[in-house]
Design a protein around this ligand. Structure first.
Ligand SMILES: [Zn+2]
Length: 151
């Protein structure tokens, strides 16, 4: 692996830093017709993964935002992830990949913007490593800087 090749400068692409806010770009999932639910299932705890193994129904559940008291429907899988699976000790471990761990943080924080530095604190990994992983040209699982508008 070499780091000697300078990054190509592009007028549209601003190189992310440790303080660049990131989030999950759900548009990325929609555009490419990728199956978000299949990926969501992989983050469930073992018991819920079994429960949802043949469930193809789109079971929306009313989610009450604890801050605004606003009620909005969310996917049943996402609901279980928030109320149960993310509370399990093995939700994010040292063996969880950087991409999966970052994705899991955004799943439960309602996709609120977090800088790479903040993500490092949440998942217990080196922010530089996270930045190298998610700031490249390849977008992993829709993880993108929020400032990158349009395209
Ligand atoms: Zn669970």
């Amino acid at each position: 692996m070499t780091t000697l090749v300078p990054a190509l400068k592009s007028s549209r692409f601003v190189k992310p830093t440790l303080d660049t806010p990131y989030h999950i770009d759900f548009e990325w999932w929609n555009k490419a017709d990728r199956d978000l639910r299949v990926y969501l299932k992989s983050h469930l705890c073992e018991a819920h993964r079994e429960l949802y193994s043949d469930a193809s129904a789109n079971d929306a559940i009313d989610w009450i935002d604890t801050q605004t008291a606003e009620v909005k429907p969310i996917d049943g899988i996402l609901y279980q992830l928030r109320v149960h699976c993310s509370q399990q000790p093995d939700y994010i471990t040292e063996f969880t990949s950087v991409v999966d761990a970052v994705f899991r943080v955004f799943l439960v924080n309602d996709n609120q913007l977090l800088s790479v530095r903040q993500l490092g604190e949440r998942i217990g990994k080196d922010p530089e490593l996270i930045l190298r992983t998610i700031s490249g040209k390849t977008v992993y699982k829709g993880l993108r800087p929020s400032a990158e508008v349009g395209g």
